[in-house]
Ligand binder design. Structure first.
Ligand code: OAD
Length: 230
């Protein structure tokens, strides 16, 4: 089976009702990254940080995967599909995708503040001050904040280098190292970009750009690939 690597960002979940970060109505218009998405913010004002992610988590229990997520599941019938997502929602898993690697963490998980390997599923949406890990330290959101290491980037780079086809969906490609993954793809590999505001990527050959929303563009590309005999 040919291997398809898919890199997704906030745009694939937009039509499910989850706000992106950098669009005009994006989350970073309303919240400052340095107030809610850095370790310093957590040290300065953990209540604000906890509340920010509690609101995101609460909403996640109210939304569903959309046609974009579902089409990627369909693709698994003919291809070995591996998803690398920058998203902290679990809509790919809810849709039924089998292989999902989360680069920036997962909203429904929390972790210890003294041992990053102590990771737990949070019951319900609300993390509270005083919720402790088994070693007795405060639990924090299982999110990779700005300035923190991205532990899953190595396997993501390896996967990208194995791609027979590489698909990028709904990301502004503003945040590194995720945005650099496309440059690990073997030269000549077909690359597809689905995003209503997509721009050409310099230095990437064999690229096809679909300036469409994921809910329309992903099913369209999936149909095309399923019929291609690739
Ligand atoms: P951005 O908000 O930066 O970019 C969202 C992209 O989705 C833009 O390019 C939009 O054009 C596109 N988009 C909007 N609606 C869409 C739709 N219906 N279908 C397809 N595309 C659509 O989000 P990311 O690139 O995912 O990290 O942001 C990367 C990281 O920055 C996030 O993981 C998050 C953020 O800060 C952390 O918080 C660590």
């Amino acid at each position: 089976m040919k291997k398809i690597i898919v890199l997704t960002g906030a745009g694939i979940s937009a039509e499910s009702g989850i706000r992106t970060f950098r669009d005009s109505d994006g989350l970073w218009e309303e919240h400052r990254i340095e107030d809610v998405a850095t370790f310093e913010a957590w040290q300065r004002n953990p209540d604000l940080v906890i509340d920010f992610y509690n609101q995101r988590r609460k909403q996640l229990y109210e939304v569903k995967p959309n046609a974009g997520h579902l089409a990627l599941v369909e693709l698994e019938k003919n291809f070995d599909v591996r998803i690398i997502t920058q998203n902290v929602d679990d809509l790919h898993e809810q849709a039924g995708s089998c292989n999902v690697l989360h680069l920036h963490g997962e909203l429904k998980k929390v972790r210890s503040t003294i041992n990053q390997d102590l990771i737990y599923e949070l019951e319900g949406w609300e993390l509270k001050k005083g919720d402790l890990c088994e070693k007795g330290s405060q639990l924090r959101p299982h999110i990779v904040w700005f300035g923190e290491a991205v532990p899953m980037i190595e396997p993501a780079m390896e996967l990208s280098a194995e791609a027979d086809i590489f698909i990028v969906i709904g990301t502004s490609l503003n945040v590194y190292p995720a945005a650099g993954l496309v440059y690990y793809v073997k030269p000549g590999t077909p690359v597809y970009l689905i995003d209503p505001h997509a721009e050409m990527l310099s230095g990437v050959k064999n690229i096809t750009v679909l300036r469409k929303k994921a809910g329309l563009g992903v099913p369209e590309l999936v149909r095309q690939l399923m019929e291609s005999g690739f």
